[in-house]
Design a protein around this ligand. Structure first.
Ligand code: FDA
Length: 320
């Protein structure tokens, strides 16, 4: 069984990721900020652009996420849109071009941060996402819509379907831990589509999600096979060596070359492996988060891996 899904602290950490009280405690520590720097290059756009420049020079592709998810007012959604528009203007100055039709620069958006969770928010999120997609198109960047908890999946996929009519290269994320995902992969992997497959990072009930590593991994591999045999561009988001190997094997079986799929990993995780894959000619995209609102993202990374949590606690203890 997986450390990831059987980690006894995972439910508590994922609950803490949504607690404002815990956020105040954890965010108040200057030490936490030092540790956060492992996963988040900085709060400012300049820090994100510096990381992007470094990664692109090292042969990687990037997807940058402006951190923020739980918003309570349309003004915050507007602020998120402005952050993306500014980032995309900065992309435009980098002079990075598409190769083999693959765009090295991408932004990842969360529809909740664009207004989805507010009253009447679906329409607002659609309008805001459209603005980001149009600006990305102008500078030759891609856009990906991240997946959040399962209560948002139907709404998110409906918005993605609508936007894809105007922006066919718009990507979305499917989470292998959800029972529905294999069917979603079949539906959404048509010609020109881009699907990022991940295991899933939220605490989900057994009515909707596989529980335990073996079931999630088996689902991930079934979904991978559907995507690799499909007509779209699969994006394999996992640090798990077994998933990465399976992806490469299925790609070979399906007759796909290196330019016809990509492996994706998070900034600061298995960096040496990301470098090794690039040296082997594999397309690797690094997900780079930036911004002040790093708390929920950071807590999900701690929940994924007990070693990260131990490192965090050890640092707190040795400091005090
Ligand atoms: P798993 O957690 O099983 O780990 C396998 C191995 O990878 C570990 O044994 C360890 O060696 C290494 N590893 C994994 N996590 C690590 C960590 N935090 N620190 C250090 N080593 C680690 N989820 C979601 O719900 N919606 C989304 O939109 C996205 N988007 C996304 C984009 C990208 C590019 C990635 C890589 C991941 C996501 N995720 C996500 C997160 C995803 O759902 C999942 O929670 C994590 O990737 C962890 O699962 P793995 O497949 O990496 O394997």
């Amino acid at each position: 069984m997986s450390l990831t899904l059987t980690n006894p602290l995972r439910p508590a950490l994922l609950a803490a990721a949504r607690s404002h009280r815990m956020e105040r405690i954890v965010s108040g520590s200057t030490l936490t900020r030092t540790l956060v720097a492992r996963f988040v290059p900085g709060a400012a756009e300049t820090a994100a652009v510096e990381a992007v420049t470094r990664l692109v020079q090292a042969g990687r592709f990037v997807s940058v996420d402006y951190l923020g998810e739980d918003i309570s007012h349309p003004d915050e959604a507007e602020q998120t849109v402005q952050a993306y528009l500014s980032l995309l203007r900065a992309y435009g100055k980098l002079d990075v071009r598409a190769d083999d039709g693959v765009r090295p620069l991408e932004v990842s958006i969360k529809l909740s941060a664009l207004g989805q969770s507010l009253p009447g928010g679906e329409e607002l999120a659609l309008t805001n996402a459209r603005l980001v997609c149009a600006a990305a198109e102008e500078v030759g960047a891609w856009v990906n819509v991240d997946a959040e908890d399962h209560t948002t999946t139907d709404s998110t996929l409906a918005i993605v379907r609508e936007l894809r009519r105007e922006f066919p290269s718009l990507a979305t994320v499917l989470q292998a831990y959800l029972h529905r995902t294999e069917a979603d992969c079949r539906e959404l992997s048509g010609p020109g589509s881009r699907i990022r497959l991940c295991k899933g990072a939220y605490q989900e009930p057994s009515e909707v999600a596989f529980q335990g590593r073996d079931a999630v991994d088996a689902s991930y591999q079934r979904c991978l096979k559907v995507l690799m045999d499909g007509a779209g561009y699969p994006m394999v988001a996992s640090h798990d060596p077994r998933m990465v190997e399976a992806a490469q094997a299925y790609a070979t079986e399906a007759g796909r070359g290196h330019a016809e799929f990509e492996i994706q990993m998070l900034y600061g995780i298995r960096d040496a492996e990301q470098t090794r894959l690039v040296a082997d000619g594999v397309h690797v995209r690094t997900y780079v988060p930036f911004g002040d609102d790093w708390y929920g993202y950071f807590m999900r990374r701690l929940a994924e891996r007990p070693a990260n949590l131990l490192f965090f606690l050890r640092s707190l203890l040795t400091r005090s």
